[in-house]
Design a protein around this ligand. Structure first.
Ligand code: 6PG
Length: 474
């Protein structure tokens, strides 16, 4: 055991892949003495080389890493979600002391985090599930971070996280989220929103490419204009750049060479699954998950494309400029709905799980560093700041103004696209959700009647207490 390092480092990291390494280097930039563990010696060399001249040290022995940390120890793991997290915790447990803090910075399922927190709390160890967003670049230059767990334990690491987080108007994009697994829950919903916006961008691309027959260069220009305006966001920005990127090997647009089958790691699916458990409607997110799944059936799609060719594909509009103006408004509308569904899910989860989430704070830390950062998050932040109890974003008067201004365009783009045989599921799910949610009396009375008819499931009556059953076919 190398005694020379004992108790010298303020923060430890397990897993020195790009994310883990970059987070440590980010901390080291601010003078934090950091130590990392990885069983792969090459990762240690990479870390120490990149951190030359700063207080950065790597270990291939977990015991040495733990020894090197100042008590109470703070050690984060950035390892793939799932059983590996449990096995790292099992390795760490005998090495740590009461009062030490373990942080899981990966995209763990929040129910796993809940279980681990209870297990560790029982033996006197603190545990944080912390969503980290922003990818490799974010980790190095400033991510958005969503830590959840024991509030007192957070005070110990807060100064470090405040330093390394992305900043918006000088304010760090990190805040204590709440107890238990709330940090991972919030990150999961972030990813659900991410899936829906990515699918919305893909649908928009389809309308431009196959509906207006625009080439990549022209699409790039439109996305650039949009990103320079109120649709400014990280996802819009990278999408703009993708349309201009040429494969250095072939000089062709790389995008055109990429297979149209989307992969996923599960966070979007979990958002929909848990939203359904909470009876929180998130149809735009749900359908975005389904579309990634549908894309995987390539050979089936090719067969069906031959069997049912779309003879209507072609010019969606004679006036492309006018169409694009409407499309921007439709995009703004659908984007508003997507964020609104995500925020509503957080609102409901906060009640159900007693997370006491501050939705304004969450919008605030999503304004920078993370994948779903956008100009619109300023409006969401303002809405929840005006009213911390706001049940739904649609209730905010400023949001109402923009919805009213964009609604006609959304309706015309969506119906026009569907008439021409374009698949625009996130656009249409957004509009359907809006139209249903602003319906005072839905046709769901019929569903209740049907349930009672075939299953004696009973129904309730307007203005009369109790539940009722009728023999409908008597
Ligand atoms: C982020 C991202 C990040 C990751 C997703 C991608 O916030 O930095 O969301 O967590 O890119 O896991 O998820 P899929 O592989 O499921 O698309």
């Amino acid at each position: 055991m190398e005694n020379t390092h004992n108790g010298q480092y303020q923060f430890g990291m397990i897993g020195l892949g790009t994310m883990g390494r970059n987070l440590l280097l980010n901390m080291a930039d601010y003078g934090v003495a950091v130590a990392g563990y990885d069983k792969n010696a090459d990762q240690i060399s990479l870390l120490e080389k990149a951190g030359e001249g700063k207080k950065v040290k790597g270990f291939t022995d977990l015991g040495q890493l733990v020894q090197s940390l100042k008590a109470p120890r703070a050690v984060m793991m950035l390892v793939p979600a799932g059983p590996i997290v449990d096995s790292v915790i099992a390795d760490l447990k005998p090495l740590l002391e009461k009062g030490d803090l373990i942080i899981d910075g990966g995209n763990s399922k929040f129910t796993d985090t809940e279980r681990r927190a209870v297990e560790l709390e029982n033996i006197g160890l603190h545990f944080f599930g912390m969503g980290i967003s922003g990818g490799e670049e974010g980790a190095r230059r400033g991510p958005s971070m969503m830590p959840g767990g024991d509030k007192d334990a957070y005070q110990h690491v807060k100064p470090i996280f405040d330093k390394i987080a992305a900043k918006v108007n000088g304010e760090p994009c990190v805040t204590y989220i709440g107890p238990g697994a709330s940090g991972h829950f919030v990150k999961m919903v972030h990813n659900g929103i991410e899936y829906a916006i990515m699918q919305l961008l893909a649908e928009t691309y389809d309308l431009m490419k196959n509906g207006l027959q625009m080439n990549n260069e022209a699409i790039h220009t439109v996305f650039k204009d949009w990103n320079d305006g109120r649709l400014h966001s990280f996802l819009m920005e990278i999408t703009r750049d993708i349309f201009a990127f040429k494969d250095p090997n072939t000089s062709q647009y790389l995008l055109d060479e990429i297979k149209d089958e989307a992969k996923s790691k599960g966070t979007g699916k979990w958002t929909s699954q848990f939203a359904m458990d909470l009876q929180s409607p998130t149809p735009a997110i749900d359908v975005a998950v389904s579309m990634r799944d549908l894309s995987k059936y390539k050979s089936l799609r090719v067969q069906l494309a031959e069997k049912y060719p779309n003879d209507k594909l072609g010019k969606l509009a004679n006036d492309s400029a006018g169409y694009l103006t409407q499309l921007e408004e439709a995009f703004y509308f659908a984007m508003t709905v997507i964020y609104a569904q995500g925020m509503h899910l957080l609102y409901l989860a906060s009640i159900e799980y007693k997370y006491e989430l501050h939705l304004a704070e969450i919008a605030k830390i999503w304004r920078g560093g993370c994948i779903i950062r956008s100009k619109f998050l300023e409006d969401i932040y303002a809405a929840f700041n005006r009213n911390e109890e706001l049940e739904h974003l649609f209730l905010d008067d400023n949001v109402k103004i923009s919805i009213k201004a964009n609604l006609n365009s959304a309706r015309s783009i969506i119906t026009g696209a569907m008439q021409q045989g374009f698949s625009v599921p996130v656009f249409s799910a957004s509009l359907n959700y809006f139209d249903a949610l602003r319906t005072g009396r839905m046709p769901t009375n019929l569903i209740q009647a049907q349930r009672d008819y075939f299953g004696a499931h009973t129904y309730e009556l307007i203005g009369k207490e109790g539940v009722f059953h009728t023999k409908w076919n008597a």
